[in-house]
Design a binder for this molecule. Structure first.
Ligand code: SF4
Ligand code: SF4
Length: 442
């Protein structure tokens, strides 16, 4: 694609990077076929190619984002299916990330939108506040249809997404070291993060048990917190970078102290962002090198487990598992085989979900900010999963787990919980009944 940036514009490193990406696009349109919003809406401006044009125009003309540009870019899930499909290697992720930052800086959103975004940015990254919000959501959940009738769709969506059980009680893992019983074969840091300890502490509990069982010492680095992903996808770059720097410092202390073989992440949305710290902080003299070093160590937990020799303890029931590939894992990190191979290896029957490349509609805060599209995508995903008649759904991202669980009665669990169970750990809570039935039949 031809571009017409001025020499002065190109002196800005963000514009220079974006220009390189824009030039790689050859307008072929292959990406439109796999873009969930284009599939649903059929509008070129809601396709990757259309959005690339909108971004190009906004940047070249160096003008504030318009309402129309914001509408179409807000509808993008950042699912990155377009990147997997693109034959020319267009790095759409970096382009849309920068466009979101520009929108945040140049466009004044309506008051309600602004307030909601600020609230999400404050509450979701703070486990204490998030816990309170979940309790409030649990109480107000029955009012979701009323909010819907009043036209407050985002409020209704938030309430519907609230899990039906109380949040986990606070339990501080940061600064703790979990040592294996036998010989230590490695040492890793595990991201505790912000949402996971409140919504699904069982995921990291399973990860720690599993890693310890196979000789890996686990540290949850003192001082770590949210990876920055949630605010990054809302274009709040300063907040995102400050959260990234905080985690880089926390992990660097461990790296330079007792050492780390890897930094493991059980939320694939966070993993994609941490692997991108090197790029995000490339122009920060104090952090560029440290950030690149942290990104190079970051691994999804299944990537790391695939290197270990996991041995099955013998499941009492053979279970059919529908594997839901989170976009951030399959498109963002190119991790396709590892989770499925691991599950098969320890005794599960793994089934691929039809239209597996399409997003479930979760996408960070998308299911709150764009509820209509997110609900359509979830309905489509759930229908595809239910065709398989699985006993459970496995996924590697808390966002997808929450999104799917709100739309189906089939238990949804993290891949690592199934792996822990199959190698000697307890059955994941949503499968406890099934496991007990299997044990009594056996
Ligand atoms: S990131 Fe996803 S929603 Fe956005 S343009 Fe690409 S395929 Fe479409
Ligand atoms: S597939 Fe790649 S090169 Fe083709 S239009 Fe989409 S982004 Fe551009």
């Amino acid at each position: 694609m031809q571009t017409s940036f001025t020499a002065t514009q190109l002196m800005d490193p963000q514009i220079a990077s974006s220009e390189k990406i824009l030039r790689a696009c050859v307008h072929c349109g292959f990406c439109t076929a796999t873009c969930p919003t284009y599939v649903l809406l059929g509008d070129e401006l809601d396709s990757p190619r259309g959005r690339i044009y909108l971004i190009k125009e906004m940047l070249e003309q160096d003008r504030p984002a318009t309402r129309d540009v914001v509408k179409h870019l807000d509808r993008c899930l950042s699912c990155l299916a377009c990147m997997t499909t693109c034959p020319s290697g267009v790095h759409y992720m970096h382009l849309i990330d920068y466009a979101r930052e520009r929108i945040e800086k140049t466009y004044k959103r309506p008051f309600i939108d602004r307030t909601l975004r600020t609230l999400l940015a404050r509450v979701l990254v703070n486990p204490g506040l998030f816990r309170l919000a979940i309790v409030g959501g649990l109480i107000a959940r029955p009012l979701a249809p009323v909010f819907e009738l009043l036209g407050m769709r985002r409020m209704a969506a938030m309430l519907r997404l609230t899990p039906r059980r109380a949040p986990a009680p606070p339990f501080e893992r940061t600064g703790k070291v979990y040592s294996p019983d036998g010989k230590r074969r490695g040492r890793v840091a595990l991201l505790s993060g912000c949402i996971n300890p409140v919504l699904a502490p069982s995921t990291n509990e399973a990860a720690i048990r599993l890693l310890n069982r196979f000789g890996i010492e686990v540290v949850v680095a003192a001082g770590e917190g949210c990876c920055g992903s949630l605010v990054h996808h809302m274009g709040r770059e300063d907040e995102a970078l400050s959260q990234a720097r905080n985690n880089i410092d926390a992990w660097t202390r461990e790296l330079e102290g007792e050492g780390l073989d890897a930094i493991l992440v059980t939320v694939s949305g966070c993993g994609t962002t941490i692997k991108d710290y090197g790029f995000l902080l490339r122009n920060d003299r104090a952090y560029a090198q440290k950030a690149a070093r942290i990104s190079a160590r970051a691994r999804d937990i299944t990537e790391f487990l695939a290197r270990l020799d996991l041995r099955a303890a013998g499941l009492s029931v053979p279970l059919n598992i529908a594997y839901h590939a989170a976009c951030s894992l399959q498109h963002g990190q190119n991790i396709l085989r590892e989770p499925k191979d691991l599950l098969s290896k320890v005794g599960f029957v793994v089934k691929d979900v039809p239209e597996g490349h399409l997003c479930c509609g979760s996408a960070g805060t998308y299911n709150i900010l764009q509820p209509a599209l997110a609900e359509q995508l979830r309905a489509r995903k759930v229908a595809n999963i239910e065709l398989l008649k699985p006993d459970a759904i496995a996924a590697g991202n808390i966002g997808c787990i929450t999104q799917l669980a709100a739309g189906t009665a089939i238990p949804v669990v993290h891949t690592v919980e199934l792996l822990d169970w199959a190698t000697g750990g307890p059955a994941p809570a949503p499968l406890a009944e099934l496991a007990a039935r299997g044990a009594s039949a056996g």
